[in-house]
Design a protein around this ligand. Structure first.
Ligand code: ZN
Length: 133
């Protein structure tokens, strides 16, 4: 992967911005440079937008048997979240009991440690979600 692309994706993940197609208004996250629907027409018309990080749960599943790297966190819940802007993303729901999550639950993004890379000790950060009232 080219270094420029790596940093661009990182910036997108850290700051949670997406791109909005200037033609059909659809919001993409992670950001895309071209709308897959409008294709060539959308080139140069994709606007960078800051996402609120707020949305609702449209699907979720709770994992009771984690992979070794995740074992400390079992059980944990992975949900598909539809953001206010319309983009759908997958994320972990934190800071609550799995049975308090429901379809339609409102969530907002929080910045958390995602994991640590073995011996190198590189720590990855990114977004997760927590329930809001
Ligand atoms: Zn479009």
């Amino acid at each position: 992967m080219a270094i420029a692309r790596f940093w661009r994706e990182n910036e997108s993940r850290y700051n949670m911005y997406g791109k909005k197609c200037g033609i059909c208004q659809k919001v993409y996250f992670p950001a895309r440079d071209m709308c897959p629907k409008c294709r060539r027409e959308s080139m140069g018309k994709m606007e960078k937008i800051q996402l609120t990080g707020k949305g609702k749960v449209i699907s979720y599943s709770t994992v009771h048997d984690g992979l070794p790297a995740f074992q400390m966190q079992v059980p944990y819940t992975i949900a598909i979240i539809e953001l206010e802007e319309g983009a759908r993303i997958t994320g972990q729901i934190v800071d609550c009991k799995p049975d308090s999550i429901d379809l339609g639950s409102k969530v907002e993004s929080v910045f958390r440690k995602l994991g640590e890379e073995g011996k190198s000790g590189v720590i990855h950060y990114g977004y997760k979600f927590k329930l809001i009232k």
